[in-house]
Design a protein around this ligand. Structure first.
Ligand code: PLP
Length: 456
């Protein structure tokens, strides 16, 4: 493949990107150009950041094992690439919510030798339990109907199903309540004796581990206490060496006692604390892996007071320029992320632009539209050296100090939300591109990635 020829305007556009175009291979350059032509926004994932985050957690949480949580397309980061990054960092367990995601992992070439896979959200009527058993996927059981369905599927396939018992310690989502638990245990015991099931683990989930007030702390203690009671009961029924797991990102960092045999961090794998109130990524030694960029659609000079977007919640003042970022709520950008200055004052989400004097933050202004939102550049575009087509960064790894490079936490703060939602919402229309995949992966694993997504 030969190196593409790019115009000076294209070069200008690329200057604001995290992608170091001139140092990519010709394949990487062609992939990047194809992505720019196919959609006006890109989600660029740093493979090395994912690997580093997982390595940090593995060493911090040892001797507990770490299950990498990759539900919801790995919080928007891409399912198979994120699994490969977790495995590269030594993870031997991968967790998802839905049965179909677990099957997609196996279909994507991640086999039993590479890792165990657990799915905890299925239903007894439609879920492909037989296929899951065949694919060596662990199933989390949370109802009597589900136990029956999985046992029937195991009988059909002639293989023991590997299961984890879900217990409701206070979340009121999946899992058995204490009053129904003994029925479940005796039923499970019978099915184990009949050779249908192998009970591998017992699990639950915290509701408030990311909250710091004392009521929440007490509630987490209460859930831990309940979990121990469930475990004791299971032991009485002869389930002695179960893998015990309850901990998410927040509790894994803050509560060593919650780690048990295995922890299940999701958000911190992608580089963020569970909530920005707990600290910045840097405070935890984490590196946000995803950078969201877009190419400005229009840039125009305005003077005086001009209302911006639906509902006229923002007005410009003086001489400035407005620019359009071509991503909107149909692409997963929260409608509430824009700033307002007409009624209630609200600061908009930050966008990093590259002015002729260096990086500068412009803010989303007015309501986010379906396909686009506006930013107020604060000065005339020409003075700043900003042009239509320029690449801007909505969020990325950040720098920990000011908002010179925004993170998804900054977006969460401005849209009154959590970082999880910021990247999980990103539409599949936005191309996912990977940096440092070639550095981190062997040829064999690299072949499981869509080659068009690999930049370096
Ligand atoms: C999402 C999820 C996790 C991971 O939670 P984080 O807060 O992202 O670390 C762990 N376990 C279960 C059951 C989950 O649903």
């Amino acid at each position: 493949m030969s190196f593409p020829v790019i115009s000076s305007r294209q070069k200008h556009s690329m200057a604001g990107s995290i992608v170091d175009f001139k140092n990519l291979s010709s394949e990487g350059q062609n992939n990047y150009l194809r992505a720019l032509e196919s959609f006006p926004g890109q989600a660029i994932v740093d493979f090395s950041a994912l690997v580093k985050n997982m390595r940090l957690m593995r060493s911090r949480f040892a001797p507990a094992q770490v299950m990498g949580i990759v539900k919801a397309n790995a919080y928007g980061h891409g399912l198979i690439p994120s699994c490969l990054a977790a495995i590269k960092a030594g993870c031997t367990w991968i967790g998802v919510a839905k049965a179909q995601e677990a099957l997609a992992i196996r279909r994507g070439g991640i086999n039993r030798e590479m890792c165990r896979v657990l799915a905890w959200l299925a239903n007894c009527v439609w879920s492909p339990y037989e296929e899951m058993i065949e694919a060596d996927i662990d199933v989390a059981l949370g109802s009597m109907d589900e136990i029956r369905a999985v046992a029937a599927a195991a009988k059909k396939s002639g293989k023991r199903a590997r299961v984890h018992i879900v217990v409701d310690t206070g979340f009121s989502r999946n899992g058995f309540l204490p009053e129904k638990f003994e029925d479940a245990l005796s039923f499970l015991k019978k099915l184990v004796e009949e050779g249908r099931l192998k009970v591998v683990g017992i699990m639950s989930h915290f509701s408030s581990a990311d909250l710091l007030d004392s009521e929440s702390e007490k509630y987490t203690d209460f859930q831990l206490h309940n979990f121990s009671d469930f475990v004791k009961k299971a032991e009485k029924f002869g389930f002695k060496d179960l893998l015990k797991h309850i901990s998410n990102s927040a509790s894994s960092f803050s509560r060593p006692f919650s780690r048990f045999d295995m922890v299940r961090p999701g958000n911190s794998f992608y580089g963020y604390a569970a909530d920005y109130s707990l600290g910045s990524p840097q405070d935890f030694g984490l590196t946000p892996a995803l950078t969201l960029e877009a190419q400005l659609a229009k840039v125009k000079d305005v003077e005086g007071e001009r209302s911006v977007s639906y509902g006229r919640t923002y007005k410009t003042g003086g001489k400035t320029s407005l620019a359009i970022v071509p991503l909107g709520y149909a692409d997963g950008i929260l409608r509430t992320a824009g700033g307002s200055n007409t009624g209630e004052e609200k600061i908009g989400a930050p966008v990093r632009i590259l002015s002729s004097a260096g990086p500068k933050i412009a803010r989303a202004c007015g309501k986010v539209c379906m396909d686009q939102f506006m930013i107020d550049l604060g000065s005339p575009a020409e003075e700043l050296g900003i042009m239509e087509g320029d690449t801007v960064r909505l969020f990325g790894a950040g720098c920990g100090e000011s908002e010179a490079e925004p993170t998804a936490d900054d977006w969460a703060r401005r849209a009154e939300n959590i970082s999880y939602v910021i990247y999980t919402n990103l539409s599949l229309k936005i191309p996912r591109l990977y940096l440092n995949a070639k550095k981190e992966l062997q040829e064999k694993e690299l072949s499981l990635l869509n080659p068009e997504c690999v930049l370096s």
